[in-house]
Design a protein around this ligand. Sequence first.
Ligand SMILES: [Zn+2]
Ligand SMILES: [Zn+2]
Ligand SMILES: [Zn+2]
Ligand SMILES: [Zn+2]
Ligand SMILES: [Zn+2]
Length: 282
Amino acid sequence: MGFDLDRFAEDVDSDLKCKLCAKVLEEPLSTPCGHVFCAGCLLPWAVQQRLCPLQCQSICAKELHQVLPLKNLIQKLDIRCDYHARGCAKTVKLQELRDHVEMCDYSPAQCRNKGCKEVLNLRDMDSHMRESCDYRPVGICQKGCGLVLLHKDLIQGNHCCLRALRAQNGALQVKMSSLEQDTKKQTVKWSKREKSLLAQVSALQNEVQLTALRYQKKFNQYMIHINNITKYVASHCKVRKKKKKIWVIHCTRWRGHHLLLFFLSLLIFPWKCLSWYMKYCR
Ligand SMILES: [Zn+2]
Ligand SMILES: [Zn+2]
Ligand SMILES: [Zn+2]
Ligand SMILES: [Zn+2]
Ligand SMILES: [Zn+2]
């Protein structure tokens, strides 16, 4: 939907108006046949009717495109503030409207005094809260309750300490019960969190213990293996020593008492005897 014509300070050219809503184009979109409408007016039309609103040709939503020069032209038009009816007499360029509206002194705001429902212009808020609001604080009750007195209590002259204290008590109880509920919710939430963390810790402990046991088992297996190898090597060395000892005894006898036999063998198998001698008798 476009901008209302009566918001513009001057007459707007008919080329800048949407033929669907008859207002000034807002986010102009063009059809493939070159006709321009507001995006908010044309998109639903294109989806439902699938035809240019001026009946030229069939269209689909994907074929629509922005017309930036036209958009820029419209953004330069002078427009009245959104809160013109509330008293703002300002006229700004359309492109500055949003910034102005955010800061406008005539934007509506609700009174911040507790109990007051009045909605007024932002610029009147301070003076209302300080000077004219019926719910503005005007002093402390001196009759005994010590509560804050509101302007309405003074003008009505109906402040009753007991009633005021009861009302305050009731309000405090409501607040307390809501706080208690919040605390309960938080306690449940934290207890759940604690349980889940404890479960995680215990799972981790179990895993660590299992891993330690696994490594202990492997270590024991390796130790058994190493012992076996040590034993095997030791026994092998003993056998070799024994063999060598026997041969040394044999060779001593050869050298001492059978020297003649050795020389005879040397004559018959010279190389074999020499290699035996080199291996066992040195
Ligand atoms: Zn329109
Ligand atoms: Zn058309
Ligand atoms: Zn304004
Ligand atoms: Zn007020
Ligand atoms: Zn009182």
